[in-house]
Design a protein around this ligand. Structure first.
Ligand SMILES: [Fe+2]
Length: 302
């Protein structure tokens, strides 16, 4: 298949997997995971609990790190319905990061023209029934799957599934809302079941969602910027500022590289000047992980 599933240029035309060797290196075992949970800085944890209505619309509760030790927290995730994200793997688990960057070089080789200028990683530990809602990342992503099985739904990167106005809002941090989603999108998804030892990547910005397939899952999600993605993110930010001031900017998918670069340059000054204040709400923590509690979510102990 060589069908292009996105309106944006880039070397990745559609979702695909390549093998990786992070499991053989021991990064997916309980002992290693419990150890990293024990020593990981509390401020780098995101602990989420997602619920969905019949229309597939999501609501989110957020948890505090709490006081479980690493082994207990691991158990709470295995028993519960939690999605636990450890940000900043670059510094939080440098051994895993070094191994993952070596694997990333193979991804770059597999997609000629792919050249990252900045990479960052999140280690995701999630419960057997956890599901991540429809969203896009303003970056390229390689999802190194380490344990369990998950089903990834990747949608076309066209205006219907990925409206630029919504992208502007996300890139300029004007909303925590995910992209607009309807069940009608489901027939447009490229659906892939991810097994341990596979790394999945997809076209830059492609919307996606994830369902765990009844197993405790561990993945390293690596995001990366390329010069083209930086330019486009900057252009989306500049467009957001123009729109907030009553302008009607052209969509970035109609712009060439030179215009994107100019708008990126403009975004640097606008950001420095604080042109748009982040409107991302500060979530009040609603629970902390607890072994044996419903969904693994116990009462907060302040
Ligand atoms: Fe994502």
């Amino acid at each position: 298949m060589s069908e292009r599933r996105t309106r944006y240029p880039g070397p990745i035309a559609q979702a695909g997997t390549i093998p990786h060797s992070l499991i053989e290196q021991g990064f997916a075992e309980d002992e290693a995971l419990a150890g990293v949970l024990d020593r990981y800085p509390a401020e780098l944890f995101d602990i989420n609990l997602y619920d969905y209505d019949e229309e597939g619309q999501v609501s989110l509760r957020t948890g505090a790190r709490g006081r479980l030790n690493g082994a207990e927290l691991l158990e709470a995730i295995k028993q519960g319905r939690l999605w636990v994200n450890l940000r900043g793997v670059e510094t939080g688990w440098p051994e895993l990061w070094a191994a993952a960057m070596a694997e990333f070089r193979k991804v770059e080789t597999a997609y000629p023209g792919l050249k990252a200028v900045k990479n960052a990683g999140q280690l995701i530990l999630s419960s057997p029934k956890a599901r991540v809602p429809y969203h896009f990342d303003a970056a390229g992503v390689v999802l190194f799957h380490l344990r369990g099985r998950k089903r990834i739904y990747v949608y076309p990167g066209d205006e219907a599934h990925l409206p630029e106005r919504a992208m502007e809002q996300v890139v300029s941090r004007q909303t925590t809302e995910e992209l607009p989603y309807t069940l009608a999108f489901e027939s447009d998804a490229q659906v892939m079941d991810l097994e341990p030892g596979q790394a999945l990547t997809w076209p830059l910005y492609a919307p996606h969602r994830v369902e765990n397939l009844d197993r405790f899952c561990v993945s390293l999600s690596m995001d990366f910027q390329t010069w083209p993605s930086r330019f486009r993110n900057g252009a989306l930010y500049t467009n957001a500022v123009m729109r907030s001031r009553g302008g009607a900017p052209r969509q970035t998918d109609s712009m060439g590289q030179a215009e994107l670069a100019l708008r990126w340059a403009a975004s640097l000054g606008l950001k420095r000047a604080g042109a748009l204040k982040s409107k991302i709400a500060h979530y009040e923590r609603q629970f902390e992980p607890e072994v044996g509690a419903t969904d693994g979510a116990g009462a907060l102990n302040n």
